[in-house]
Design a protein around this ligand. Sequence first.
Ligand SMILES: Nc1ncnc2c1ncn2[C@@H]1O[C@H](COP(=O)(O)OP(=O)(O)OP(=O)(O)O)[C@@H](O)[C@H]1O
Ligand SMILES: [Mg+2]
Length: 316
Amino acid sequence: MSLSSAILQVRNLSVSFGKLKAVDNISFDVNRGVIHGFIGPNGAGKTTTIRVISTLQVPDSGGVWVGGMNVLTHPNEIRSKLGYMPDHVGVYSGLSVLEYLDFFALARRIFGSKKQSVISDVVELTGLGDLLDREVESLSKGMRQRLCLAQTLLHEPDLLILDEPASGLDPRARIEFRELILELRRLGKTVFLSSHILSELSPICDSVSIIETGNIVAHGPLEEIQDRMSKGVTSFEVTLLKDPNEDVEALLSQLPSLSLKMIQGRKFRFEWNGEVEGVAKVWELLSVNGFVISSISKKEDDLENIFMSLTTGEVQ
Ligand SMILES: Nc1ncnc2c1ncn2[C@@H]1O[C@H](COP(=O)(O)OP(=O)(O)OP(=O)(O)O)[C@@H](O)[C@H]1O
Ligand SMILES: [Mg+2]
């Protein structure tokens, strides 16, 4: 089977644990060279799906193809092309960062000068250069994540499968980790990463799949999902210069295209149903009635909103 732009193809995949359908007949593709977010609440089936993709779990039915190869018939070839970082990464006590990388390079059968050069490349990429002699156990969570990513990259995989890579990181470490993911895309890698912290993915994902109770509830480029969800409705936030002492709500109710969503002191948020240009009427109405607008901004529907509209929060 040959695939054009899809590096990963999931077809009618189902996985059960006893009576529980953890993954229920899901299908989606991931194109080569993108960052793809696999998002869903706890227990949605993310790790189970990821374990099938990474050749660690046999499905009940359906299939997964990586680079055109079936995970069931070509597990070894796939393991050489895929880097998998699990949600909980173990570290070996008593090893330094360099010894840790050396150990995994040898386990990948990378020897001699090739080994030196790949270790030096991943160390540079992940910024671990000053930590080579540090005991792995003494590293902070953020540094450990970098080390695990470095280890995942040693065999130069095309596809990276990262299960909740940013969980437990502080905001700075999370931003640095995101930068690293973007750098991997620049290097031509495809990155498939899961999360239930939605806002951490929206700035970097080219496409997403949203999974809930083992079902894909949305899939595709982020903008397409955003467009589909907003259906011609645009959200705006307005800040007035002063606290209004008159009833802004009654005034705004004169505009049929406007639906007020929140009003709090000098700030209010509304949805505009129609041509975006028409929103100038809001400005006009407020100005004529003596309100001074200090700012007005268009709110993009972020992943968080999309996620809340698509999922019910049902847990199996
Ligand atoms: N080995 C297992 N045995 C029995 N049930 C399992 C097993 N692994 C997962 N499950 C169940 O399958 C469902 C999906 O679990 P999974 O770990 O794939 O979810 P997840 O989306 O990764 O969740 P989280 O965000 O908490 O990591 C859950 O109800 C879970 O309890
Ligand atoms: Mg999980």
